[in-house]
Design a protein around this ligand. Structure first.
Ligand SMILES: *Cc1c(COP(=O)(O)O)cnc(C)c1O
Length: 234
């Protein structure tokens, strides 16, 4: 067996065992394979082993990979998620090529995605990125602004609001990880109490997936545990 198929088996088994441990149904937790920096061949290998959903951060890289996969394996039906930061001059290509967008944190970006979604495609599934744990990173909407932004997005015809996403400050301590994810879960609960329908908590990466599952994640975004260590070109 190749490394990627081994890794996928390990991650799936880990997901199931961890869900059991916290009394959750593993079927409620989907696995997004984050393939940024890895070639189309790596995506193909994961897809041949049953992986359907893939996450990408860099638009140009993602589009090239999709085109290559279209040539290599036109029969594959993959679901692409854009999980990186979104510049407003990139929204059209994102709206044309992705089923999900995870890092929406401004109404202006949401409006452009909605306006630019081709009418023959279903609405784009949207998660709002929240700046929890007061991290230095500037990305993500402030917790106090989640409700108004959620209401605005929910009203846009080209979009379907699904839930919240966060990338907490990295920590090796499971209690610290859980505290950050618990904040996101509470914001989600608040949306539901306010009558905004949401069903997705996009949280948990290779280093903190157990904490994310414990706190209610419904979508793990896993890169290195599936594809290996990333090396970035400068
Ligand atoms: C890269 C990335 C991931 C995957 O990270 P790993 O630590 O490799 O699992 C998940 N989410 C986002 C937003 C990312 O940029």
């Amino acid at each position: 067996m190749s490394l990627i198929s081994d890794n996928l088996q390990v991650v799936r088994a880990d997901l199931s065992a961890c869900a059991d441990k916290f009394g959750r149904d593993p079927k409620e937790i989907s696995l997004l394979a984050v393939s940024k920096t890895f070639p189309a061949g790596a995506v193909l290998e994961a897809a041949r082993n049953g992986q359907v959903c893939f996450g990408e951060n860099y638009l140009q890289e993602a589009i090239e990979k999709m085109q290559e996969l279209q040539r290599l394996a036109p029969e594959l039906q993959l679901e692409w998620h854009f999980i990186g930061p979104i510049q407003s001059n990139k929204t059209r290509q994102i709206a044309e090529n992705f089923s999900w967008v995870h890092a929406v944190d401004r109404e202006k970006i949401a409006q452009r995605l909605s306006d630019q979604r081709p009418s023959e495609l279903p609405a784009i599934n949207i998660c709002l990125q929240v700046n929890i744990s007061a991290e230095q990173s500037k990305s993500g909407v402030e917790p106090a602004q989640v409700l108004p932004l959620a209401r605005a997005v929910a009203a846009m015809p080209g979009l379907r609001l699904r839930g919240l996403m966060a990338v907490p400050e990295a920590s090796d301590d499971e209690a610290t990880q859980r505290a950050a994810f618990a904040q996101l879960r509470k914001l989600q609960e608040n949306l539901l109490e306010q009558g905004v329908p949401v069903d997705t908590l996009s949280m948990g990466m290779s280093g903190d997936m157990h904490a994310a599952i414990a706190e209610g994640s419904t979508m793990l975004r896993i890169g290195s545990a599936i594809f290996g260590k990333r090396t970035y070109a400068e």
